[in-house]
Design a protein around this ligand. Structure first.
Ligand SMILES: [Zn+2]
Length: 377
């Protein structure tokens, strides 16, 4: 078993269901301290976080690996062919909760640093780790708190590699150099409850809402750009009515979400949505919640170093993408850092029998090593 696969297995064995770290961080910290990292444990609420940093020679960039030790719940464990917290390799595949999201990446990061520091003890710049135990949960006391702590100290990450599983078919085929923003809306439209036989004595909020909702759904919010698809709007829930056939409901509730590009902002979307609702004369209560700003890391030193590292390990080019859900990159990018995500194949993440090809983790380790060499040698 290679050092990367061994460390990944040791991490999988720890039941770190979000936001419990369950001893994963001590395992990583011990290894990092041994090779000269200064470490700071940052407990916030029920969440463990750490920042670790190794100073080299010269005033090169501050490069950080970012990731999370927590995993999503397993669901009924009897549905797993391979028990989720008993890592096992079968036909070259490593099984266990977190194998792909993202204990395999964490192991690859640590071993990559061990190899890189052994070969280049006097590397340029600084290598850092920003690790949290709450990425999969509310993420309120995780990465965002470490970023605040860094800001208080006047520290700025120049380049950040997030280990989220970005790959689709083979490791390194896709890296994420940005993410769409996410804006939620909880909308309540008010009417007047009454008997369906006496509609003139009532006011039907469903009838008022329907044309407004149709207009929201048909709206072209923007056309996207070279990096992002067009902003999308989706209704995810709609609830109203008493269950009786003869009652006009007093109110109807809708939950919607925008995934938006850098061509628009959350403020603009809210403004335009309110204009549509107002135009239809609705009485409503609208609660907008921004859960992530969009971000984009244009081609530059980090993207270049990552592409080159992948090319040299696999002999193949990589594709840049901004698709998929949000990640903790949303907290790091607004500080001005370049951010890319590179991790294993994401086909089984959050599923039963989560797994990753063991050889992929060693390739990933070599890619991480290559990124370090590209930026800090
Ligand atoms: Zn993840």
């Amino acid at each position: 078993m290679t050092p990367t696969v061994k460390l990944a297995s040791d991490l999988i064995r720890l039941r770190s269901v979000t936001p419990d770290d369950a001893g994963c961080m001590p395992l990583m910290l011990e290894r990092l301290e041994k090779i000269g990292f200064q470490t700071t444990h940052l407990r916030r609420g029920d969440t463990d976080n750490f920042w670790a940093e190794r100073k080299g020679n010269g005033d090169g960039p501050l490069f950080a690996f970012a990731g999370h030790t927590d995993v999503v719940p397993t669901g009924p464990e009897e549905n797993w062919q391979h028990p989720p917290f008993e890592p096992v390799i079968e036909d070259g595949t490593l099984y266990g909760r977190g194998a792909a999201d993202m204990k395999g990446s964490l192991a690859a990061m640590v071993v990559a640093c061990e190899e890189f520091v052994a070969a280049h003890p006097d590397h340029n710049g600084r290598i850092a780790f920003l690790i949290t135990s709450d990425e999969e949960g509310p993420a309120a006391d995780g990465t965002v708190r470490v970023v605040e702590w860094l800001e208080e100290r006047g520290e700025k990450i120049d380049c950040c590699l997030v280990g989220e599983p970005s790959s689709t078919e083979r490791v390194g085929d896709v890296i994420k150099n940005g993410r769409r923003g996410s804006l939620g809306l909880e909308l309540t439209v008010f009417g007047i409850q009454g008997h369906v036989a006496y509609p003139h004595l009532a006011e039907n909020p469903v009838h008022k809402l329907a044309p407004a909702l149709a207009e929201l759904a048909a709206e072209q919010w923007d056309n996207g750009n070279d990096f992002f698809p067009a902003t999308s709007f989706q209704v995810s829930n709609i609830n109203g009515g008493t269950g009786a056939t003869n009652v006009i409901p007093g109110e109807v509730k809708v939950i919607c979400n925008w995934r938006f590009s850098t061509e628009t902002t959350a403020e603009e979307l809210e403004d335009r949505a309110r204009k549509i609702l107002d135009k239809h004369g609705l009485r409503y209560d609208a609660n907008f919640k921004l859960s992530g700003q969009p971000f984009l890391t244009a081609e530059g030193p980090l993207v270049k170093a990552t592409q080159a590292a992948i090319q040299s390990v696999t002999g193949k080019a990589t594709q840049l993408s901004t698709a998929g859900g949000t990640s903790d990159g949303r907290f790091i990018a607004p500080t001005g850092a370049q951010v890319v995500e590179l991790g294993p194949v994401n086909a089984t993440i959050h599923k039963v029998d989560e797994c990753v090809a063991a050889a992929d983790l060693d390739q990933l380790k070599d890619m991480y090593c290559g990124v370090l060499a590209g930026l800090l040698r």
